[in-house]
Design a protein around this ligand. Structure first.
Ligand code: ATP
Length: 256
């Protein structure tokens, strides 16, 4: 994968839910090799933005992904929603293989390429030992990792994940952010909504901050996470420093 290809172009995107404007006239583009953290307070519109970009809810304006026919869209972007619902008691391996459906023709059986994609996704999410376990009987965090593996097996240029690290233990949170970073280094891009600003500052190449229905900042973490933005958007103080071990961001106090 080469070049500066745009993976997602959003222009003047607005969403109204039940008569209430939630997002108004947002514009941004996503190129390759980006790990984008979508941040903002509860209710800021992160889920709504990702769902509108994917064409899963009605919107005004334009999203290059939503414009595509469903089959093309599923080869361009994978989606891990916030609700971690696994409907059937299939094995983890079968669940992850479902991510290959967009690549299979009618009645076509899984090929070696499909099996390899599943193998790599399971490995990336540290789930090799869980291959034959029943997906519905995993813990919440294990289910989240299995669903992420399914999205990764889809092998798309763009991955959108809604709070994928919520509920994961610290080691798996870090490992998952590192997996996303590896995808970005390999030429793909990932958009991930998250509340952990420390992990966002440390791993993301770019942060998009939502507030009051719009994008209030968009750029590298150290240009975005300024004391004034942290105060105005999140109502907190924080400590942010570049250390020998990389950027460290620690929320401190709630402002009255
Ligand atoms: N189906 C719906 N009908 C009406 N309003 C909705 C609906 N879904 C979401 N909203 C509202 O839209 C706003 C944005 O919600 P959204 O879930 O996108 O926020 P978020 O930034 O993802 O929040 P969180 O961090 O809590 O997950 C919220 O005010 C929410 O109450």
């Amino acid at each position: 994968m080469t070049g500066d290809e745009t993976l997602l172009a959003v222009s003047e995107l607005s969403v109204t839910l039940r008569g209430r404007p939630v997002l108004s006239e947002l514009s941004f583009e996503v190129g390759r090799r980006e790990l984008i953290g979508l941040i903002g307070a509860n209710g800021a519109g992160k889920t709504t933005l990702m769902r509108a970009c994917l064409g899963l809810i009605p919107y005004q304006g334009r999203s290059s992904l939503a414009d595509l026919p469903p089959q093309d869209r599923s080869r361009r972007a994978a989606w891990m929603p916030q609700a971690r619902e696994i409907a059937w008691p299939v094995t983890v391996e079968t669940l992850v293989m479902l991510g290959r459906i967009p690549h299979l023709g009618p009645r076509q059986r899984a090929s070696e390429t499909d099996r390899l994609a599943v193998y790599h996704a399971l490995k990336e999410m540290g789930l090799e030992a869980f291959r034959q376990r029943t997906a519905t009987r995993l813990s919440g965090g294990e289910q989240a990792r299995a669903l992420l593996a399914r999205a990764m097996a889809q092998d798309t240029p763009l991955l959108l994940a809604d709070e994928p690290i919520a509920g994961l233990d610290p080691a798996h949170q870090i490992a998952t952010m590192q997996s996303f970073a590896r995808l970005a280094e390999a030429g793909r891009s990932v958009i991930v909504s998250l509340h952990d600003l420390g992990l966002a500052a440390r791993h993301c190449t770019r942060l998009i901050v939502l507030d009051a229905g719009g994008i209030v900042a968009d750029g590298a973490p150290d240009t975005v996470l300024t004391p004034s933005l942290i105060r105005d958007v999140f109502g907190i103080t924080a400590w942010f420093e570049h250390t020998d071990q990389g950027p460290v961001f620690q929320p401190l106090e709630v402002l009255e």
